[in-house]
Design a binder for this molecule. Structure first.
Ligand code: 3H9
Length: 693
């Protein structure tokens, strides 16, 4: 055994040399790993007895890609191209032995190898597109030569991980070896191919899988068209497609140049910067500075949910999906039956779409129990209250729960607006109380705001974070304030949107600007979808907002075919002349002189106050870090990933610009635009949110 460097070693198993990498956590291709492979290979092949080389990794995974944290820094050591060229032109076959994940640059290294073997649990993929990039070390040129054009398009433009068995069917993996016996299996494979003495196959020389697509732009046009909605706004998918097209139509080395050029374009662009930032933000969000990793956890073996409405049902499904038994409590048999039936219907619909078997449906339903008695929650480890937003009711429920729940149980409230500290104070164990703010539909939306009360204990926080992760959520820990983080910021945008349509814009103008910015829909289309009459009571209606006016006109949103927009039977929206007239009348009644409002003003008035509110949230310590706010907005409100979230966007456009506009708007329209102190401070210091520690 020879140590090549800190992260690589070389040993021999007879005539087979084995290079082993060990660079935790994911064997990313930092300078050490690149040097280790290159130097290891040189040493291995310098030995005349060597007939084959196996490249294998220790730890939980094969190489998971380039080291993202190195991007943008001056290059060091052997380049990835040199590494891959060295492998491909080695005098003996090189075999990649894959476990865990071979991703991005990791798969590109494996594609440079002459053979690839894997354990069945391994996965391969080129997820660069999710970082706003493309596989830039020959991956786009080699992949279609092995898996064909169609698969290469999907793999590069979607970035999904693909299981080893499927990879073997596609030709990406040459042989599967027994789980836990990767090294031995790879060495045995090496011996076999050495004995067969085939000529060395270089992926770059293969053409059989790409020839048929040559000179056929329609293949690529069809792929673009079929995925236009999914790719909307993103630059990277198109660049990936162009590279695959180049692989088909250009000689290998020309294709590499095209790939390089497009890669550099993406790498230096703001979208990739944003998407790489989000990658790290998604990991940082789980870290709570004063709740260390070794905080004592509360075992969660079962869950109670109070309320079987849309929210409660969705919450219950999250736990049933991961095999955790749930007892759901309602106040009437009728409501309970309805709730249980809805859950079953949701599962059956998923089964109809082929994403679940009927046996799975029954298994999940088998874990669900309905009850009319709160007392049935006495043995539950985690109880989540999901009744409607009424403080007196919540206080009453938590008072009762205090008497029922076992010691150590977590008592969670799904409130989206109420003061978690007040709810906690209705128990004698406020340390057990925490907000679990789900987003609707709760079984689908990825975001969970965990709301930390003044007295919430560290084990309750740590356990809630872990449980959220287990059910597939991304959880941001936030503090108690009106609207918490997400809705508090939303409030700013909603206020301006409402004002803008009275001052001169129309709902479809505001929606178009925000849709073009990258949101899946604008605020008015969103209101129509949610229903304009939520919380509206006819008898109490005072015609004081456009929403009330529309409800009084029986325009309730998509559900009755008319809201801010008119809807056809397929729920396609068209601007409504009736609404336009109503808005003009309403504005006139309020004495507002309507004026022309530019798209630029719409965008700045909707977005800048959000950034400003984010700054206030940070200065009040209601979010741990700026990137947590971005995570909330990306995962809960459809903020486009390629713009990194409101705080990242603020940094991108420059905080001095945001501050200047806020001051201007404050002068014109008043205190709603008052700049946050933190915004002023950062600008004075020449800093951005990115500089906050
Ligand atoms: C690329 O390859 C470009 C090429 O084409 C070359 C062109 C020239 N770099 O996710 P986890 C860290 S682009 C640096 O919690 P898991 C991560 O931040 C790359 N760091 O674990 C975390 O750090 P911390 C293409 C990385 O088990 C720790 O590792 N590849 C990288 O849930 C553990 O990560 C990708 O996009 C990296 N590449 O999931 C794959 N990867 O503990 C990106 C991870 O300090 N990675 N870290 O928070 C992944 O998808 C997941 O990490 C993986 C493991 C599935 C591998």
């Amino acid at each position: 055994m020879t140590a090549i460097n800190d992260v690589a070693k070389l040993d021999f198993d007879g005539e087979v040399a084995v290079i082993t990498l060990n660079s935790p956590p994911v064997n990313a291709l930092g300078a050490g790993v690149r040097d280790g492979i290159a130097h290891g290979l040189k040493q291995a092949t310098a030995n005349p007895a060597t007939k084959a080389v196996v490249l294998v990794c220790e730890g939980k995974t094969f190489i998971a890609g380039a080291d993202i944290s190195e991007f943008g820094k001056p290059p060091k050591g052997t380049s990835l191209f040199e590494v891959i060229d060295g492998i491909e032109s080695a005098r003996v076959p090189v075999i990649a032995a894959i476990h865990g994940t071979a991703l991005g640059g990791g798969l590109e290294v494996a594609l440079g190898c002459h053979y690839r073997v894997a354990v069945p649990s391994a996965k391969c993929g080129v997820p660069e597109v999710k970082l706003g990039l493309l596989p830039g070390a020959g991956g786009t040129q080699r992949l279609p030569r092995i898996v064909g054009v169609e698969k290469a398009l999907e793999m590069t433009a979607f970035g999904e991980h693909i299981g080893a068995k499927q990879c073997a069917e596609m030709g990406l993996i040459d042989a599967l070896v027994d789980e836990g016996k990767l090294r031995d299996g790879a060495v045995a494979f090496a011996r076999k191919i050495v004995a067969e003495k085939r000529p060395l196959k270089k992926v770059r020389d293969l053409t059989d899988k790409i020839d048929a697509a040559k000179g056929k732009p329609e293949i690529f046009a069809a792929f673009r068209k079929a995925n236009a909605k999914r790719f909307r706004g993103f630059e990277a998918p198109e660049a990936n497609i162009k590279c695959i097209e180049a692989a088909v139509n250009q000689p290998f080395d020309e294709g590499l140049k095209t790939e390089r050029k497009l890669f550099m374009g993406l790498m230096t662009g703001v979208q990739s910067q944003a998407q790489r930032y989000v990658f790290f933000a998604e990991r940082a969000v789980w870290k709570v500075p004063d709740v260390p990793d070794d905080t004592q956890m509360i075992p969660i073996t079962n869950v109670g949910v109070i309320g079987a409405g849309t929210m409660g049902g969705g919450i219950a499904m999250n736990f049933l999906n991961v095999g955790t038994p749930v007892t759901i409590v309602e106040t009437s048999q009728e409501a309970l039956d309805r709730g249980l039936a809805t859950i079953r219907r949701n599962y059956e619909n998923t089964a109809k779409r082929g994403r679940l078997t009927m046996a799975d449906v029954e298994k999940r339903m088998g874990l669900l129990r309905g009850s009319l008695e709160l007392a049935d929650l006495k043995d539950r480890d985690l109880i989540i209250e999901a009744v409607f937003e009424n403080m007196d009711l919540k206080k009453e429920i938590f008072g009762k729960l205090d008497a029922i729940a076992k010691p150590g149980a977590i008592l969670a409230t799904n409130t989206s607006a109420l003061d978690v500290n007040v709810i906690a104070a209705s128990t004698k164990r406020p340390e057990a109380v925490i907000g679990w703010h789900f987003f609707s539909p709760a079984n689908v939306m990825r975001l969970l705001e965990l709301v930390r009360g003044d007295k919430t204990s560290k084990p309750v926080i740590a356990t809630s974070m872990a449980a959220a992760r287990k059910i597939g959520k991304i959880a941001a820990l936030v503090g108690v304030c009106p609207g918490f983080v997400g809705n508090r910021i939303l409030g700013q945008r909603q206020r301006e949107a409402q004002k803008l349509i009275l001052e001169g814009a129309m709902p479809w103008d505001v929606d178009r600007v925000l849709y073009d910015f990258g949101f899946p829909m604008g605020p008015f289309a969103m209101s129509d979808l949610a229903g304009l009459d939520i919380g509206w009571i006819k008898e109490k209606s005072s015609s004081s907002t456009m929403r009330e006016v529309l409800c009084e006109m029986d325009r309730r949103g998509q559900k009755n075919g008319k809201g801010f927009y008119d809807y056809d039977a397929e729920r396609n929206a068209t601007p409504s002349p009736v609404v336009e007239k109503a808005i003009l009348e309403f504005a006139a009644k309020k004495g507002i002189n309507r004026r022309t409002i530019t798209d630029e003003e719409i965008l700045e008035r909707c977005i800048y106050p959000m950034i400003n509110e984010g700054a206030k949230i940070l200065e009040e310590g209601k979010a741990i870090r700026a990137s947590d706010i971005d995570i909330v907005w990306i995962n809960g409100y459809g903020w486009p990933v390629y713009r990194g979230g409101p705080m990242f966007y603020g940094d991108t456009i420059g905080l001095p610009n945001v501050l200047e506009k806020m001051r201007k708007f404050e002068g014109q329209m008043g205190a709603e635009f008052k700049p946050a102190k933190l915004l002023e401070k950062l600008v004075a210091e020449g800093k951005g949110f990115r500089d906050l520690k």
